[in-house]
Design a protein around this ligand. Structure first.
Ligand SMILES: Cc1cc2nc3c(=O)[nH]c(=O)nc-3n(C[C@H](O)[C@H](O)[C@H](O)COP(=O)(O)OP(=O)(O)OC[C@H]3O[C@@H](n4cnc5c(N)ncnc54)[C@H](O)[C@@H]3O)c2cc1C
Length: 290
């Protein structure tokens, strides 16, 4: 590995100053669990490495509208947060099924999003929760929905000098529930072959679906929503026929590829199965029986 200069700035302003001072071949690092792999394979050769871990971006806080999570909060801090377990259980269970303990202890939620892998596990649940990210850079600050962050594999809307600083998650009403199901090749650590997140909002007594949000991971160049299937669920009560129809409809939106983890055909079949399983779990969580 080529020698590089390492900085550990003690605040966001210092991060911005360093990014401005070394605009070329400087890279931000949070946990380094994606970055170090790319450096090891020489896909990235930094002259300047800016470590974000001491920049004051590690926190989980309640707000009046929901919760905010600092970008360098680790996956382990998320999975073990009592506040998140109570207010946003889908995110704690998602993070607890990622990587290994040692990787979760280093890897961060901001790094998972900024690395922009199509299979990034935190993206689909954050999308169906309606989460937003705060981006701070030389052009000021902007807040965008997580689903608008990704532009392609490994690519985001972040421009030179931009830092993703915070994830903002609105509270769900009690009549809404979300689940994320991930299929991987083994019971240990692995990236998702397919990931499916669904959030359903129902009315109180009748359990009629008021709103549905479905996001898929690892079946397209970026995480995707499935508007046609979401629309088709509105105004209906979940039953086995509707669940199966939705599985087929969601599959129509998937555009997977074959790679080392799976064939295209297997991914297509998995989408349908995972969507049906997720809807069956939601039926129980929403108190509609088994
Ligand atoms: C063995 C192993 C198993 C894994 N298993 C999983 C898994 O099951 N699911 C999964 O989704 N991922 C998995 N990963 C990938 C990785 O661990 C996660 O994506 C992790 O969350 C990355 O976070 P990080 O802090 O380590 O990112 P880093 O490696 O530090 O950074 C990743 C990229 O994001 C940029 N970046 C980081 N933070 C910011 C920020 N705040 N603002 C702007 N840019 C930023 C960096 O410059 C870099 O380009 C695995 C990795 C390994 C090595």
């Amino acid at each position: 590995m080529k020698n590089f200069n390492y900085f550990a700035p003690k605040g966001l302003q210092e991060v911005h100053d360093l990014l401005a001072k070394y605009p070329e071949s400087s890279y931000m690092m949070a946990g380094g669990t994606d970055l170090m792999v790319l450096m090891g394979s020489k896909q990235i050769i930094p002259d300047y490495l800016i470590d974000l871990k001491k920049a004051g971006l590690s926190y989980i806080k309640p707000t009046t509208e929901g919760l905010v999570i600092g970008a360098t909060t680790t996956l382990h801090e998320i999975e073990s947060s009592p506040l998140l377990r109570e207010r946003c259980p889908v995110l704690t269970t998602t993070c607890s099924d990622m990587a290994s303990y040692s990787i979760r202890n280093l890897g961060t939620i901001g790094g998972n999003l900024c690395n922009a892998s199509p299979s990034a596990d935190t993206a689909p649940p954050l999308i169906v929760l309606g989460a937003k990210v705060k981006i701070q850079g030389p052009r000021g600050e902007r807040i965008i929905p997580v689903e608008n962050l990704f532009t392609g594999p490994g690519q985001t809307v972040l421009k030179k000098g931009d830092v993703l600083t915070e994830i903002q998650i609105p509270d769900l009403p009690t009549s809404a529930k979300a689940v994320y199901l991930k299929f991987k090749r083994n019971n240990g650590m692995d990236l998702a072959v397919v990931g499916v997140a669904i959030c359903l909002f129902v009315d109180g007594p009748g359990k009629v679906c008021q709103e549905a949000r479905i996001a898929l991971g690892a079946v397209a160049p970026t995480p995707i929503r499935t508007p046609a299937a979401e629309e088709a669920l509105k105004g209906k009560v979940l039953n086995e026929d509707l669940i199966r129809e939705t599985g087929i409809k969601v599959k129509e939106a998937a555009r997977p590829i074959s790679d080392v983890r799976s064939s295209l055909e297997f991914r297509m079949a998995l989408v349908e199965v995972l969507v049906c399983d997720a809807l069956r779990q939601l039926k129980v969580l929403l108190g509609q029986g088994t």
